[in-house]
Design a protein around this ligand. Structure first.
Ligand code: NAD
Ligand code: MG
Length: 362
């Protein structure tokens, strides 16, 4: 087992990563000082619940904890105020009070939704992240929780750090292949923004990671979480450096938005976005020769680095302007300064972006 400590100004919490960890949950709870008097509510989606809820419930119940259970429909649509209201109702009926806590078992959808439930229920109760997707190595760390509004993704939310993250890597075995590759894109992102040796290591070990070879998978998750933890500890509420975690996301989000969510996985869209950011960095002179390695690494993970002409340039640009992070209509990009380092750049000229979109199609 690997353990990382996330160090924040007013809080620290552990991330445990390894095989067979759900069995050890009672010990882990003891480790953070949680006693059996604390009622727990386990939240999972309709795919994850039948697969793994028992694995979490059993050891806790055997150790004397009282655990309630809520299952919400799988899919991004569940990240909604409507679902949240249902969850709150279930918590009230279960008798969850201010001394209770939430266990978020699932991918980023459940983590964001159940995390926001914890942030808002009775003005905030603690929660634990039990990620079950590779992508959730990203979403479960850092404390951003929330739901979507019909007019925009993640429009309603909070910063609410988990009390602990327990990543039992055994659960990844049932993850659909496309979801594994989508998660790999965020692992690659963490390497490209922060750690050149991690990027080289990923290049060497991409086959083992895609095959979920246990040692390599745990190491990739650990190194990815370390990057996320380091960035978040410097800027918990995104007033500065935390924005670099959006590497590849300006074009990526625009692509997801114009393609109507679903045509691309999030990771696929971000992969195209990272290829675009590499080209843009080269064009604007923040970096030299980052595109070939970026493309090679993404291609190794069978992630796309090209843009089909189906997605109209004007629509993509309009979507980028609408991005929550855009300031006063100017384009903001995270650009590479080399492999393993990036810079936040405001006021990027539209002409340069058009050029890059054209090259991504070429
Ligand atoms: P997800 O939670 O929808 O999971 C993807 C699919 O895999 C779902 O169908 C789910 O039921 C299924 N699944 C999950 N674990 C499984 C397992 N072990 N075996 C089989 N199937 C499994 O999606 P995701 O990709 O994990 O997360 C995407 C969400 O994360 C988005 O809503 C995004 O906004 C959010 N996110 C949040 C942050 C953050 O910092 N809070 C960061 C990145 C992404
Ligand atoms: Mg992302």
């Amino acid at each position: 087992m690997k353990t990382i400590q996330v160090e924040l100004a007013e809080k620290r919490y552990p991330i445990h990563i390894g095989s067979g960890l759900f069995e050890k949950l009672p010990q882990f709870l003891e480790g953070i000082g949680w006693g059996r008097e604390r009622r727990l509510m386990l939240v999972a989606d309709s795919h994850v619940s039948p697969l793994y809820a028992e694995r979490v419930l059993k050891p806790l119940e055997q150790a004397g904890f009282t655990v309630g259970q809520i299952t919400h429909p799988a899919g991004e649509e569940s990240k909604s105020l409507h679902t949240l209201e249902r969850l709150v109702e279930d918590c009230i009926r279960f008798g969850l009070d201010r001394s209770g806590a939430v266990l978020a078992l699932g991918g980023g959808v459940t983590g964001d939704l159940a995390g926001f439930l914890a942030a808002s229920y009775m003005r905030g109760i603690p929660f634990i992240q039990l990620p079950t997707t590779l992508l959730a190595h990203d979403s479960s760390v850092g404390g951003k929780v929330g739901v979507n509004h019909p007019l925009g993704k993640n429009m309603i939310g909070a910063f609410h750090q988990p009390a602990m993250v327990v990543f039992d890597t055994d659960v990844l075995k049932t993850l659909p292949e496309r979801e594994i590759l989508s998660g790999c894109a965020e692992v690659v992102k963490h390497a490209l923004i922060w750690d050149a040796s991690f990027a080289d290591w990923l290049m060497e070990h991409h086959r083992q990671l895609m095959a979920l070879e246990p040692e390599v998978t745990a190491e990739a998750i650990e190194r990815g979480c370390r990057v996320k933890a380091a960035v978040v500890s410097q800027d918990e509420k995104e007033s500065g450096i935390r924005a670099i975690l959006n590497y590849g996301h300006t074009i990526g989000h625009a692509l997801e938005s114009v393609s109507g969510y679903g045509a691309f996985t999030h990771g696929e869209a971000v992969a195209v976005g990272m290829a675009g950011a590499a080209l843009l960095g080269e064009a604007l002179g923040t970096a030299t020769e980052v595109f070939p390695f970026t493309r090679e690494l993404l291609a190794a993970f069978r992630l796309p680095t090209h843009l089909s002409p189906v997605w109209a340039e004007e629509e993509l640009l309009a979507a980028m302007k609408r991005d929550k992070k855009a300031k006063k209509g100017a384009y903001t990009f995270v650009l590479p300064t080399g492999i393993g380092s990036v810079v936040l750049q405001h006021g990027v000229e539209e002409a340069a972006i058009r050029e890059v979109l054209a090259r991504l199609r070429g």
